[in-house]
Design a protein around this ligand. Structure first.
Ligand code: G3H
Length: 496
């Protein structure tokens, strides 16, 4: 059970502690923040409401710890990360349980998230050892006007303190995808977990604690966004921000100082289906891509753009698969579970009502109980319907019928979001041309969008993000280049 056994020290009475200076602490505010179970809508957990003063102390310790950590040999940093990865996998059960209870992640997916996170940490440790052990050696006489008397040695050094802010849908995996690259590169990390997902995040942090990382190197602060949100992101102690989430990221980008930003802010991932596509394959991917974790993935299929000639058959096949999805509790490992909050459910309902009012075709009856929304395919969606453009982040999927491929590409490129997209066709040449024309971070050919494998580059264009993620890119992003130039005596100098 979450918070028991090995994890007992991270909780007192019914409130989980925050983590600073290598210790589990209670906030001096004496206040806590409630975490509601999305399925029961009852209070499931409570976390500390940290103060700005506590945040200041965390940054002070993070700065001091980072200076020492940067001097720890790379192989030792990797060793510590491998240890954390093993602990995380060993203790997957209580972490997965928290994911089930606070973000309604289906039980098997919750376990997979923790295992995937352990693998991500280990891969990062290995990748870091390789890429950070290499630097560059340059000589000066390649640039006009120079002799061969300057030798430049450059290597990668850490940025300092990385502020990591993961989202509710992957509070463990998208936290370690920021923490592990930061640590292997010699940075320290301040983690601000999402409120829904904070308890899973605190359990994950305890695995790093048990792995024996130095005090202050990694901290985890919980609290109210109104009290510590801007205070964290605008803090002078921050040297890099890695954020995954929604619109808040745009506000953070505008307020953040002169620090490198890594942002992933959602998508309206389009799925273009051509006349020659394998429709069974397309339908299977549309359902898996559109409805897994109830559509609450930035890489979920969020709009189907189907050629008119095959649209009826495709919709039939998709509907047949939707009918088989199980709807219910995450503990029972149902395919469709409650969306994360009442406000999310209300937002999704607003999009559904708009589509109804504007005459789109509902393939299933709209049904909602609390935060649980039954899977819904909405056909004949036109551009004046909000669902054509907006991201529901729920189990509702619009189909737009297109008469030319260009129409589909245009729809994809006209959206402010540009994370991923996919195209289904048996003609590989056509697929590549379409991929080239789709102005989006990644295009999948004959498969649904997905972030993984976690070492692949992962990036959004336009409002979908800043920079590129994936293990290698994140390690590089969390470093800067430092050069030392050896100036030899002028060429007129003689050795004799
Ligand atoms: O929600 C955004 C995640 O980065 C998506 O990851 O494709 O592995 O579900 P995923």
């Amino acid at each position: 059970m979450a918070g028991t056994g090995l994890f007992e020290e991270i909780k007192e009475e019914d409130v989980f502690k925050y983590y600073a200076d290598g210790e589990w602490k209670k906030s001096s505010s004496g206040k806590s923040v409630n975490i509601l179970n999305p399925a029961t809508r009852q209070i499931q957990y409570k976390v500390q409401a940290c103060t700005q003063e506590e945040v200041n102390k965390i940054f002070e310790s993070a700065k001091a710890a980072q200076k020492l950590w940067a001097k720890v040999p790379l192989w030792k940093r990797a060793e510590a990360l491998h240890k954390a990865a093993a602990l995380l996998k060993e203790h997957k059960a209580p972490i997965a349980e928290a994911l089930v209870k606070e973000v309604a992640k289906p039980a098997k997916d919750a376990v997979s998230e923790v295992v995937r996170s352990g693998d991500l940490i280990s891969y990062t440790a290995e990748e870091g050892v390789r890429i950070l052990s290499e630097g560059k050696f340059l000589v000066s006489d390649s640039f006009p006007g120079n002799e061969r008397n300057k030798l430049c040695l450059s290597s990668k050094i850490p940025l300092g303190v990385v502020l990591a802010i993961p989202p509710f849908n992957y509070p463990v995996n998208l936290a370690v995808s920021k923490i592990a690259p930061a640590l292997i590169a010699g940075n320290s990390v301040v983690l601000k977990p999402p409120t829904q997902g904070a308890v899973a995040g605190l359990h994950m942090i305890h695995c790093f604690h048990l792995a024996g990382f130095p005090k202050g190197l990694l901290s985890c602060v919980t609290g109210k966004g109104s009290e510590i949100g801007d205070f964290l992101t605008m803090h002078p102690g921050v040297n890099c921000i890695s954020f995954t989430g929604g619109d808040t990221g745009i506000a953070i980008s505008k307020k953040a100082g002169m620090v490198p930003l890594q942002m992933e802010l959602g998508g309206k991932d389009a799925c273009i289906v051509l006349e020659d596509a394998d429709l069974d394959l397309a339908a299977a991917n549309i359902v898996k891509g559109g409805f897994s974790y109830s559509g609450q993935r930035c890489t979920a299929v969020k709009v189907v753009l189907a050629m008119e000639s095959i649209a009826d058959e495709l919709v039939r096949k998709v509907n047949a698969k939707i009918a088989k999805l199980t709807v219910g509790s995450p503990e029972d490992d149902c395919d469709i579970t409650a969306v994360v909050s009442e406000s999310s459910a209300n937002f999704i309902e607003g999009l559904v009502k708009d589509a109804k009012e504007k005459g789109a075709t509902f393939c299933q009856e709209y049904r909602r109980e609390g935060n649980l929304i039954w899977p819904l395919l909405i056909d004949h969606v036109r551009p004046d319907i909000r669902l054509a453009w907006e991201e529901p982040f729920g189990p509702v999927l619009p189909v737009i019928r297109i008469s030319t491929v260009e129409e589909g590409i245009h729809h994809c490129n006209a959206n402010n979001f540009a994370l991923q997209g996919c195209v289904f066709t048996r003609d590989i040449n056509k697929a590549i041309l379409i991929s080239d024309a789709m102005e989006t971070g990644t295009v999948q050919i004959n498969s649904a969008p997905a972030r993984g494998p976690d070492h692949f580059p992962f990036q959004g264009l336009r409002d979908s993000g800043i920079g590129s993620q994936g293990i290698t890119n994140s390690i590089n992003m969390m470093t800067k280049v430092k050069s030392t130039v050896i100036n030899l005596p002028s060429p007129s100098y003689t050795m004799g």
